[in-house]
Design a protein around this ligand. Structure first.
Ligand SMILES: Cc1ncc(COP(=O)(O)O)c(C=O)c1O
Length: 489
């Protein structure tokens, strides 16, 4: 089928996720047909640098010979067989590898097939655990989550979500959760922003507008102390709240959460779906604060970005609560058809081997400095730089942790006034990047860069150059400068 025919069918039949379909139909989005390394190629033969790791999951690039070979080898044996009451070889080997590499104490692995499903598994395990634990059953029924949290799009995971644009509509469907302030959020001039308010409100640290750590911790302590007996688990994205626009937590916060949850006997549930596999500079974010959660959820980068798979790891103490006579009702009655899929597990094993063989973590650290260096001009505190055409006057903040970057654009950097949403400034920047041969996605007016941890430094330089140029192009067309009229954005 040629490009035109495919596009017609796409517009006629495919409903794209997180996509404003009315606008999408006119944008002639690339239809990807193949890839090599860190480039994606579309039906018209155009190549694009994959600047967001194919939605934060790619680790080593595309068509990696070792991963391709591992999947093919597994394909020659068996593509799928269930884990319900049966086992398969790659899922066993992968479980052992994950236990070996994750923080101490996580010894049991439950598989699912996407991040949200992995979080749902964690929630249900924690909920059931309290009813069956050896220290005596408790009817705990509440989860704690952070303001502006994101843990997926199923009804259970959106109940923990705090991003208005994605979650508020479904309020009446959600179960109640206790929300604590994110230590990364800012205080607007009038005081703390209300929970669940728009996510494009993160201001430069230098202006002292973040919730002071002690304040966030004080509220956290109060909530835990007051409700501990009802709290089934504390769910957190360690170090970085990615979908909130790369909100970076201050050092020490995660450790404090671990101390408090331990003190109050609350299971700590770490969602490393976005931050795992090298994106924050260590294999797992929890390592940086020497934290061992009680439950850990992995997905996205688990298979190197090849196939859908999630793993929820738990401690022996939690697992043991589910043991007992088969008729005692202690079994975890949860599972998905493709749980522990052998092809996905084979890809994950190959990806983990490559992380070691290619020292991907060392590369991630190099990329981290390249990003910092190349994007520094955007965060310059001057009103304009000749090379950026004044762009940096509209950059509220460049937030970075490891290889994860969020560049927040605002109409007025001093007052932090956002752009009118109908201008779709963030989206326009990603379209401008695409015209320059780079694929990225925005979250509102936050431009997210998420190069694969194994990407070569020169490609990261190219990525940053394109992002700077694209931001400059869009903002100068957006009528941001005195005397210029807003046009097509
Ligand atoms: C922290 C976090 N948790 C959960 C999810 C949901 O994963 P999935 O899209 O695979 O369901 C995401 C996805 O971006 C995420 O960033």
């Amino acid at each position: 089928m040629n490009s035109h025919e495919l596009r017609q069918l796409d517009n006629a039949h495919v409903w794209h996720p997180f996509t404003a379909m009315s606008a999408y139909r006119d944008e002639s989005a690339p239809i990807i047909v193949e890839a090599d390394g860190f480039y994606l190629t579309d039906t018209d033969g155009r190549r694009y640098l994959d600047g967001h790791s194919s939605l934060w999951c790619n680790i080593h690039g595309h068509r990696v010979p070792a991963i391709d070979a591992a999947i093919r080898k597994q394909l020659d044996r068996v593509a799928h067989s269930t884990l319900l009451g049966l086992a398969n070889e790659p899922s066993i080997e992968l479980a052992a590898e994950l236990v070996r590499r994750t923080p101490a104490g996580l010894n049991k692995v439950f598989y699912a097939d996407c991040g949200a499903a992995g979080v749902e598994v964690a929630l249900k395990i924690a909920f059931q655990y309290h009813r069956q634990k050896s220290s005596g059953p408790e009817e705990r029924d509440l989860f704690v989550c952070l303001d502006h949290a994101y843990h997926g799009d199923t009804v259970g995971t959106i109940s923990l979500g705090g991003i208005d644009r994605f979650h508020s509509l479904f309020g009446s469907l959600m179960f109640p959760a206790l929300r604590v302030p994110s230590p990364a959020l800012r205080l607007p001039s009038g005081g703390r922003e209300s929970p669940g308010s728009s996510m494009s409100v993160c201001a430069p640290k230098s202006r002292g507008t973040h919730v002071p750590r002690s304040e966030a911790e004080t509220e956290l302590e109060q909530i835990l102390a007051e409700h501990a007996h009802r709290i089934a688990g504390f769910v957190i994205e360690p170090l970085v709240q990615a979908a909130a626009g790369i909100l970076v937590h201050p050092p020490g916060y995660l450790k404090r959460v671990r101390e408090l949850t331990r003190q109050y006997g609350i299971p700590l549930i770490a969602d490393e779906i976005a931050v795992g596999f090298g994106r924050t500079g260590t294999l797992f974010a929890c390592e940086q604060e020497d934290v061992s959660p009680d439950i850990l959820i992995l997905s996205k980068g688990l298979t190197g970005g090849y196939l859908p798979l999630a793993a929820t790891l738990v401690t022996d103490e939690i697992y043991d609560a589910f043991l007992g006579d088969p008729w005692s009702g202690r079994t975890f009655y949860h599972g998905h058809t493709y749980t522990g899929n052998p092809l996905a597990c084979a890809a994950a094993l190959a990806s983990l081997r490559l992380i070691d063989e290619h020292d991907v973590l060392a590369n991630a650290l190099r990329i981290e400095s390249v990003l910092r260096r190349e994007l520094a001009p955007l965060a310059e505190p001057r009103d304009s730089l000749p090379t950026l055409g004044g762009t940096n006057a509209h950059v509220a903040e460049v937030r970075q942790k490891g290889t994860m970057v969020g560049i927040e654009l605002v109409q007025d950097r001093e007052t932090l006034t956002p752009f009118p949403p109908e201008w779709r400034v963030g989206h326009q920047v990603t379209l401008a990047c695409r015209r320059r041969g780079v694929i990225l996605r925005n979250i509102g007016d936050v431009i997210v860069l998420m190069p694969a941890p194994a990407m070569q430094e020169e490609l990261v330089v190219e990525l940053c150059q394109v992002v700077r140029d694209s931001i400059g192009e869009v903002l100068s067309a957006a009528g941001c400068w005195p005397g210029q009229a807003k046009n097509h954005v």
